[in-house]
Design a protein around this ligand. Structure first.
Ligand code: ADP
Ligand code: ADP
Ligand code: ZN
Length: 217
């Protein structure tokens, strides 16, 4: 299965992607995670991406398209993949179509997780992430058992520096302008599935799993 998770920042893409990875054994391709890793390591890519990310702007299309293209060619993507946070612009979606065509593959489903802005802000400012294993927590909706410590691996939990309210509002505005048009783009192709992202984590998960089970047929 070749899947895309679409949705505003904080809609729950990463959280749900992790369930899909566990259940179907396909890799999660998160451009946000890849870019943050590059920033942390101080690579050339990281140096280019840093400014855009800290201001809540999109990293230029050609940079992001390049890293996704390279990633999709790796062996672990042969049995399918789940894209999280890509595409985010029409230009990225068109590039993805070309990459898929070159590889003789296609996108099977695009799952749009919709959540309104006020709830997005509540989710993101309380998001915490494990530095070691990347597990995602929420201080209110999905707290760790011990404050500041990952349940899964004992790693330290941290807050992303772009997860502050003013940057979140900026990211949401970017989402509305550049990413929301992708909903129509994929609807027209008949591959769009809509999920109500305001429900709790477990309900959203079962909605997504039921879509994927039908897809598998
Ligand atoms: P995204 O990858 O779309 O940016 P995340 O999966 O990181 O979103 O989720 C954003 C925050 O909201 C996290 O703190 C996560 O624990 C929390 N969260 C995710 N899904 C839900 C949900 N259905 N209800 C409440 N909180 C959620
Ligand atoms: P969230 O889902 O919370 O918005 P991500 O981890 O997906 O966070 O993205 C964090 C930042 O990384 C974005 O604000 C943007 O600067 C950059 N980024 C991630 N994916 C893309 C992409 N596909 N195109 C451009 N920039 C991206
Ligand atoms: Zn952890």
């Amino acid at each position: 299965m070749n899947l895309i998770l679409l949705g505003a920042p904080g809609a729950g893409k990463g959280t749900q992607a992790k369930f899909i990875v566990e259940k179907y054994g396909i890799p999660q391709i998160s451009t946000g995670d890849m870019l943050r890793e590059a920033v942390a390591k101080g690579t050339e890519l990281g140096k280019k991406a840093k400014e855009f990310m800290s201001q809540g702007k999109l990293v230029p299309d050609e940079i992001v398209i390049g890293i996704v293209k390279e990633r999709l060619r790796q062996k672990d993507c042969e049995g399918g993949f789940i894209l999280d946070g890509f595409p985010r612009t029409i230009a990225q979606a068109e590039a993805l179509d070309r990459i898929m065509a070159e590889m003789g593959r296609k996108i099977d489903a695009v799952i749009n997780i919709s959540v309104p802005e006020e709830e997005i802000v509540r989710r993101i400012v309380n998001r915490r992430i494990c530095r070691k294993c990347g597990a995602i927590y929420h201080l209110i909706y999905d707290p760790p058992k011990r404050p500041g410590i990952c349940d899964k691996c004992g790693g330290e939990l941290y807050q992303r520096d772009d997860d502050r309210e003013e940057v979140v509002r900026q990211r949401f505005a970017v989402y509305r302008k550049s990413t929301q048009p992708l909903i129509d783009y994929y609807r027209k192709r008949g591959v769009l599935y809509e999920v109500d992202g305001t429900k709790d984590i477990v309900s959203v998960k079962s909605e997504i799993l039921s879509i994927l089970e039908k897809l598998k047929g």
